[in-house]
Ligand binder design. Sequence first.
Ligand code: ATP
Ligand code: MG
Length: 423
Amino acid sequence: MQPEIIPRAEHSVSRADISEYALKVLYRLKKAGYAAYLVGGGVRDLLLRHRPKDFDVATDATPDEVKKLFRNCRLIGRRFRLAHVHFGRDIIEVATFRAQHRDGDEDGVMTDGMILRDNVFGSLEEDAFRRDFTVNALYYNIEDFSLVDYTGGLTDLEQRRLRMIGDPGVRIQEDPVRLLRALRFAAKLGFSLDSQLEQQFALHGERLLDVPPARLFEEVLKLFMSGYGIRAFELLVHYNIFRYLFPQTAGLMQADDGYTRRFIEAGLLNTDRRIQDDKPVTPFFLFGVLLWPVVRQQAQRLQEQDESELQALQQSAGEVVQEQNRHITIPKRFGLPMKETWLMQARLSRRQGKRAVRLLESPRFRAGYDFLLLRHQAGEPLQELCDWWTQFQEADEKNQREMLQAVSPGKSKRGRRRRKKRT
Ligand code: ATP
Ligand code: MG
């Protein structure tokens, strides 16, 4: 099949916008006699005049051949072998052209049409057709700076449309994670989904239940930490697949008075803003947001059976995480601070004595406090407590003492005085 080739003079991808490291890799491969292309999100985003997140290189050199060319190169990957060329903190990913293997190939072990391994080397053409969406299968050729389009990606890019390469039903069954990728790109690029692709959510969305929970963790993280988490969430709900990722949260969202949705939207908005402002965001906070309404509701039930707030939160946190891990594995290093942030919700209302000062010193205070504000935004009556903590953090020692006395009734005469209203 003949691809469409767009010469340098007729497209907008310029070397000036490509990272110097990606260019180094491309040129060195070329000099050694290999074919070398920029591909994927890097090309797509340059054409859309977005700043690419990373640059991926595709080549006909094998991973071992790539390794011989670069001192700073590591081979990684279990599903398929990739070469990572390191430049300080930057990594250029170099992948050898791969082919989509067909059902029945000895290397293409499949169950129910799901691809388990796809590390069969192939040609440039085969490499293009095994990719997910047409706009992700555009190649920039370092040989003559032309663009190579096998799948009609340029037209779809102009029409701002995501279209699956090949038969969408087959491609989604091969790898149901492509449904999540579709929503990630739709949210990030503001593209529409081709109608055939749209139908796949109802037809095959349930297949997400078969995806290994560790892989789902990575994908869900990308979905919500792209800077467009709110849009991604709305799309997941719209296409009715949020329930395959967070079944407990989705169930509660159907049944409650709107708290769950309000809370999650407030949390995701907060995350999106932080990303836009180049502030750090952490997975434990994000997963904490997505599960908190369930933890809260189950804790409320336990409290009705006479458990203390802290005990109730502790128990329900454990149960909710255990159930969630059946779908999406939350690594322990995130699971622990996530639970601490939830438990802090009980501690923030017990301010007497030395407790408040100790909480303030806790490494989890910031997340716990941000959480408190989100709960208030979602409609919990926490105005007084939010204001108190906002003020307490900024107060000097003397003012802090006064604030503490004001919330410890009966300790001293001064303590009974009303604290000043914040202006
Ligand atoms: P981002 O800007 O988020 O990095 P990207 O399009 O570069 O977006 P990557 O996950 O970095 O996405 O993948 C690079 C390329 O590899 C994609 O553009 C696509 O061509 C191909 N690809 C990645 N995952 C899949 C998949 N599950 N199925 C088919 N092709 C895929
Ligand atoms: Mg990429």
